[in-house]
Design a protein around this ligand. Structure first.
Ligand code: PBG
Length: 330
């Protein structure tokens, strides 16, 4: 009797499978692959411009003529997709630059498709970088008008698809935006273009550096009237289900790092591809610590990206995509 009990105790030795890298590889549960990385990029007007984004070391605002070189590098690293954000020349109340057929993003898409056609081009569908007030929709009486904004978002998506965008990614958090965009795309003949919806997008302070990068800081108030309350997770499931019923092809949770539980919860409910956005603040925190020598950047980045995958994400949008591609390759 005694002997058997002793033997049982000896069974519990997980360290047997940690003795060397080969064994660890054999039983590793999560595999991070560059096949699932999406690299976000900022484009602007001008010529010969590669303007560093101070709050995001290593990231730049590129003029259109600088874009092909960057995209070729991304393609050479075998990163399959980019996400484009634009900084317009002028902003106005209605965010015209977002749905201008020859707006900055539309021209960036054309440049991308002309130069590196194999790269998947995803476009952010939102008004905040194009409106003078910096909110994501049409503003009246101090309130972002939901239903009137839908028309503008649909127009934005169609103009981006016309320029050649493969996937449009609505991020304005207006109710019904996926349906409005799906219907408009179909009507315009773009039945094969996909929608990656920022379904569970939280009103997060982690977007701080991005807003500096894209010049999209709200001039008054904040986005909690349309983006989600960071305290909620059940509501994320509701947002995701609505988006799927409206025609989303890929759903997204954003940010990623402080929301791994949300990624997991969505993963358990949903069979569609799930994306997670490793946002600007998550990038800048690591960059700042690494620049001070406080963190091993490579190890921390790979650990975080693996954690996002482990939580259940299929695709990861990350400013670390190029670094990760190099590290994964070496
Ligand atoms: C546009 C948009 C934002 C981000 C992606 N699309 C900013 C926001 O909602 O304020 C944030 C991305 C990041 O922080 O990296 N609405």
């Amino acid at each position: 009797m005694q002997k058997i009990e002793l033997k049982r105790e000896m069974l519990g030795r997980p360290r047997r499978l940690r003795v060397g890298e080969s064994v660890r590889r054999l039983v590793r549960e999560t595999e991070l692959s560059l096949d699932h990385l999406i690299y976000p990029l900022f484009v602007r007007y001008g010529r010969g411009i590669r303007e560093p984004i101070l709050s995001m070391p290593g990231q730049f605002r590129l003029s259109l003529d600088e874009l092909p070189r960057e995209l070729e590098e991304v393609a050479e690293l075998e990163i399959p997709a980019v996400l484009l954000f634009g900084l317009p020349e002028h902003k106005d109340e209605l965010g015209h630059g977002a749905y201008d057929d020859h707006g900055i993003v539309q021209e960036a898409v054309r440049t991308a498709k002309r130069n590196v056609p194999e790269l998947v081009v995803i476009t952010d569908v939102c008004l905040c970088a194009y409106t003078s007030h910096g909110h994501c929709g049409l503003m009246r009486d101090g309130y972002v008008q939901n239903d009137e904004t839908l028309e503008l978002l649909a127009q934005t998506a169609v103009s981006q698809a016309t320029a050649g965008a493969d996937i449009v990614a609505p991020s304005a958090m207006m109710d019904g935006q996926v349906r409005a965009i799906r219907e408009a795309l179909d009507e315009a003949g773009f039945t094969e273009r996909a929608i990656m919806s920022y379904s569970a997008k939280y009103a997060s302070a982690f977007y701080g550096p991005f807003r500096e990068a894209a010049g999209s800081v709200p001039q008054f108030g904040d986005r909690s009237g349309y983006q989600m309350d960071p305290a909620n997770v059940t509501e994320a499931l509701c947002e995701v289900e609505l988006d799927i019923s409206e025609g989303a092809d890929i759903v997204m949770v954003k940010p990623a790092l402080a929301y791994l539980d949300v990624i997991r919860a969505v993963r358990e409910r949903v069979d569609l591809p799930l994306a997670a956005y490793n946002v600007s603040g998550e990038y800048s925190m690591i960059k700042a610590a690494a620049q001070n020598g406080w963190l091993d950047e490579k190890r921390v980045v790979l650990e975080i990206l693996t954690a996002i995958k482990r939580a259940g994400a299929d695709c990861i949008l990350t400013y670390f995509a190029k670094d990760a591609a190099r590290w994964l390759d070496s």
